[in-house]
Design a protein around this ligand. Structure first.
Ligand code: ATP
Ligand code: MN
Length: 479
């Protein structure tokens, strides 16, 4: 007999058929004559109810069965009235695969704080919240690949170890096989990397973009979806040291095409979640509402599913950075000095408080900002004719702030070369990138979508540490 997971078992209607349920006990309620065991195997948020008519043998077995125990139960599929599902299983044989001592098992059936569960990351998959998030993560990985595949994009694996630090100088993790106790030094007293594994300094990548550009300049429509690493010591609820990024890059695209792609893709994957993850979203929505009960009415966020629908229904607002600065400068929180960082003039780097003000209070819609000052953006962004701004575009979302950062890329060799020099980027590490601007250069554009920021938005969770199974953050490397 084929093994059926609980998701499949719950759909059966062949009452009387013998089935086997494998899973973990969520709760057990026992009386003298009958016991009810709610079992879950993570295939769905729903539990299946096992009904046990007590006899001396079952009584002995069930004495060892508590929340967290693993069971394999064989019995008869029956129509259910009280379990909340259509079916239940009437046990004939109970095999205890693994016990869980109630005095030791941390996940007893009561409410646990997210902070507590972070310390139990090895077990937290077994909660409704974290299994729902894991399933939504999976669905989004699938939806993203499907979106790009259906639209003629090719997936490219960018390298994880990189020899260039052009993008992330200062916030990169170094990779070395040198003996840290005894580093070879050159005459200038600096570490001599010629003896290191690669014969030069190596780092973990902060982005696959530069390599994606090389591929786009041959395959036209490409994307990467890989891990990226940033050693920025920002202990915020939106930053991880290791996170996953989706980076499409398209030849013959300008910044407007880039914005269209970003908006279309985000709407597609959100739609996909609504169409395919409703059970989990409904659970997370209830969880969120429960959590928000303690907040003041005006601080409560929109109901989760309503919020997702809301993003789908309208066009995103598209304005320039300069327009955003004017709005922010004249905003109430700026005038009343409520922002932590006050906006005084053009040139200011926007913080997430400003991004969220624009989205949540001013426009009440996702916003795409373009034409940022070149001084606060990366060297590869296409320079505008004004000499001050670049064709950057950031997508700002409610609750998150920046979810996407992108741009049209500078395709002019001389302008790119000058910018690299101005920004003190070592030319010898960039020769291959520059060379693409010598041979058949074309306008092109792309962006980076932070996968965990997308999952934050979709799940309504408040902290990025809770939407990746094993978060990597400063002073946190357990599991
Ligand atoms: P921020 O200003 O929020 O730190 P950034 O401008 O440094 O982000 P980009 O280099 O533009 O980010 O990266 C593209 C996307 O990757 C961002 O829009 C965001 O969604 C995501 N991202 C960036 N840094 C992190 C991080 N440390 N953890 C998780 N996601 C991140
Ligand atoms: Mn950015």
């Amino acid at each position: 007999m084929k093994k059926l997971d609980i998701k499949a078992l719950l759909k059966l209607t062949e009452y009387g058929k013998e089935v086997t349920v494998n899973g973990w006990v969520r709760t057990k309620r026992a009386s003298k004559n009958v016991a009810f065991i709610a079992m879950n195997d993570g295939s769905t948020i729903k539990n299946i109810q096992v009904v046990v008519e007590m006899n001396p043998e079952f009584e002995k077995i069930l004495a060892n069965v508590h929340t967290g125990a693993a069971l394999s139960v064989t019995g008869e599929l029956a129509e259910s009235v009280g379990s909340g599902q259509n079916v239940e299983v009437h046990a004939k044989k109970i095999n205890v695969l693994g016990v869980a001592d109630p005095d030791e098992y941390p996940l007893q059936p009561k409410k646990h704080s997210l902070e507590f569960l972070r310390e139990k990351a090895h077990l937290r998959f077994r909660t409704n919240t974290f299994s729902a998030i894991a399933r939504i993560r999976h669905a989004m990985i699938f939806a993203i690949h499907k979106y790009f595949n259906d639209n003629g994009f090719y997936n490219i694996h960018a390298p994880i170890i990189t020899g260039s630090d052009a993008e992330g100088a200062g916030e990169m993790f170094q990779v070395t096989t040198l003996d840290l106790e005894n580093m070879p030094k050159g005459e200038d007293g600096k570490v001599d990397f010629s003896d290191d594994f690669f014969g030069k300094a190596a780092n973990l990548t902060v982005s696959g973009q530069l390599e994606a550009e090389l591929a786009a300049l041959a395959l036209t429509k490409v994307y990467t979806f890989g891990p990226t690493f940033r050693a920025e010591n920002s202990n915020t609820s939106r930053h991880l040291a290791e996170f996953w990024m989706i980076e499409p890059e398209v030849a013959f695209f300008d910044i407007h095409d880039d914005m269209d792609l970003a908006e279309d893709m985000l709407k597609y994957v959100i739609r996909y979640a609504l169409d395919n993850c409703m059970d989990d979203l409904e659970f997370l929505s209830k969880r969120l509402q429960e959590e928000e009960k303690n907040k003041k009415q005006e601080d409560r966020s929109m109901e989760l599913i309503e919020k997702l629908e809301f993003v789908l229904n309208d066009d995103f607002i598209r304005i320039t950075y300069a327009e955003a600065i004017e709005i922010l400068r004249n905003s109430k929180p700026n005038k009343k000095k409520k922002f932590q960082y006050l906006i005084e003039e053009w040139g200011a780097d926007l913080q997430s408080e400003h991004e969220r003000y624009l989205v949540e209070k001013h426009f009440k819609k996702p916003v795409i900002l373009t034409d940022y000052p070149k001084s606060i953006k990366a060297f590869y962004m296409k320079q505008n004719e004004d000499g001050k701004t670049v064709r950057a575009m950031d997508v700002l979302f409610p609750q998150i702030g920046e979810i996407i950062g992108g741009s049209q890329r500078e395709e002019d060799y001389d302008k790119l070369y000058t910018r690299i020099k101005e920004m003190d980027i070592p030319e010898e590490s960039m020769w291959w990138y520059l060379e693409t601007r010598k041979f058949g250069t074309v306008p092109h554009a792309g962006f980076g979508l932070g996968f965990e920021r997308l999952i934050l938005f979709l799940t309504g969770m408040g902290n990025i540490r809770d939407v990746i199974p094993f978060p990597r953050t400063p002073f946190n490397l357990e599991f």
